[in-house]
Design a protein. Structure first.
Length: 95
């Protein structure tokens, strides 16, 4: 494999790893949002009656977002692994 092609694959792997880390940050934020919404569900009625409802809606949305982000992280990691395997297979000196 040519040196330019190899550098392009390495750049793509680095870029996708960076984007995967961004998804992990968003997943962490959604988990924190779901924790905050749990607090609203549990203690929202003591302050205002609508806070419990807001907490339920936020919990549903944050759990759905967590599931979607987890799927994206899984698929992204699989894609990075495929790129690494392809790059290793076709950049070895024996090939």
């Amino acid at each position: 494999m040519q040196s330019k092609m190899k550098q392009a694959y390495i750049g793509e792997i680095q870029y996708q790893t960076k984007m995967l880390n961004n998804l992990k940050v968003w997943l962490r934020n959604m988990i924190m949002l779901s924790s905050i919404s749990l607090i609203l569900i549990l203690f929202g009625d003591e302050m205002y009656s609508f806070l419990s409802t807001v907490g339920i809606v936020l919990m549903i949305l944050s759990v759905i977002a967590c599931l979607i982000l987890s799927l994206g992280i899984k698929n992204g990691q699989d894609n990075i692994n495929k790129l690494i395997n392809y790059c290793l297979l076709y950049t070895s000196d024996a090939a």
